[in-house]
Design a protein around this ligand. Structure first.
Ligand code: PLP
Ligand code: COI
Length: 354
């Protein structure tokens, strides 16, 4: 029983955790023992249960598959030296999931179901949380439309599901990124500011083209002029130019990243100048040319801090300063990790013990 919402729990007969080295598994491929499922029908969330992770029968006609009524979140849990497990800023993910739900005409999930299900699941599967320095349990809450119907309309039934997987580094090396000026990720009035599944599907082809040219990711630019940088892959973008931390201002074409907010909070706390505004690729390359571009990185839950060491633009490659010289992002990375692993004071109350 969690809050006022009952969760039926059907535990796995024998944990599979011993089959894996949870501190050393590829990202997103090995799933923990249990999953949480809540079902929505007749205008309300009905029942919730935790069952062993596994396949579920679903209709090939279900609307999520055809019209993309599907949204998700990405969040992480960490284990400290005492073996205690904590979540990083889970309420932010809860709020953002519901923001996505509203935009996609899907039902919002009540906090007692989101947090109740999540905490119950993590308590059952805490052995799956890596204890290594860069390890964490990646948590994927998502909602899918399950109506068995081909007509284009908002579904009347949904499932809210949480699955989890131990995770190490998403990018093992610093990345080279290509500024994308033909395709775009998001448009004004669209869904770029939410985590709708279709945002990711549409990004794959431009990313594939960039990868064929030797880049790991793209930098998305604005759809109207292609002059202003927005995000990189599935990360928010940050630059240090001179002594200022710069990041594109939030808009309806940019996802409001929780890591982004955490980086900015730390920068301000350390007395750094922070600017959230439009940033043109020309400004970044001019700063590169005159030696004031000190750092460039992407930030996100899966990627944490991903150093950008090269930018490709209009057929030219620009090599960025070596990672060893990047004081700000190195410190941010270390401090975030220390907060998450319970090694320093959690000054901003970001961690929630399970
Ligand atoms: N931008 C996009 C498109 C993303 O998918 C993500 C990942 O969730 C981010 C930014 C970073 O957001 P967060 O730091 O909340 O993970
Ligand atoms: C995240 O950082 O959580 C993401 O959503 C990125 C990706 C794995 C989709």
């Amino acid at each position: 029983m969690t809050g006022t919402f009952d969760i039926t729990i059907n535990k796995i007969a024998k944990s599979r955790v011993a089959e894996y080295d949870v501190n050393n598994v590829p990202f997103g491929k090995c799933f923990s023992d249990h999953m949480f499922i809540a079902e929505y029908a007749d205008g309300k969330w009905q029942k919730a249960h935790i069952t062993p992770y596994g396949d579920t029968p679903l209709s090939y006609a279900m609307s999520a598959l055809h019209y993309g009524q599907a949204i998700f979140e990405g969040m992480k849990a960490y284990k400290n030296d005492k073996g205690e497990v904590s979540l990083f800023r889970p309420i932010e993910n809860f709020s953002r999931l519901n923001k996505s739900a509203i935009r996609m005409a899907m039902p919002e999930v009540p906090e007692e179901i989101f947090m109740g299900g999540l905490l119950e699941l993590l308590r059952l599967d805490s052995a799956w949380v890596p204890s290594s320095d860069s390890g964490s349990l990646y948590i994927r809450p998502f909602i899918i439309a399950t109506d068995e119907a081909i007509g284009v309309k908002a579904s009347e039934t949904y499932k809210f599901i949480i699955i989890t997987c131990p995770a190490g580094k998403y990018y093992s090396e610093p990345i080279k990124v290509l500024v994308e000026t033909n395709y775009f990720r998001a448009v004004h009035g669209g869904v770029g500011f939410v985590k709708a599944a279709g945002n990711y599907g549409r990004s794959l082809y431009p990313t594939k083209l960039a990868q064929q040219k030797g880049y790991q990711q793209v930098i998305w630019t604005d759809s109207e002029t292609h002059q202003y940088v927005e995000e990189s892959g599935t990360m928010n973008l940050m630059f240090v130019i001179g002594d200022t931390v710069l990041t594109p201002a939030l808009s309806d074409t940019i996802l409001s990243g929780i890591t982004r907010d955490s980086v900015l909070t730390l920068a301000k706390d350390w007395g750094m100048k922070v600017e959230e505004r439009k940033i043109s690729i020309r400004e970044v390359l001019t700063a590169h040319g005159n030696g004031t571009l000190k750092e460039a990185f992407g930030c996100g839950t899966a990627a944490t801090i991903a150093q950008i060491i090269g930018i490709g633009f209009e057929g030219k490659d620009y090599d960025l300063p070596p990672v060893e010289e990047r004081k700000f992002s190195t410190k941010v990375d270390e401090v975030l990790r220390s907060i998450r692993k319970g090694k320093v004071e959690d000054k901003f109350n970001w961690m929630m013990k399970i």
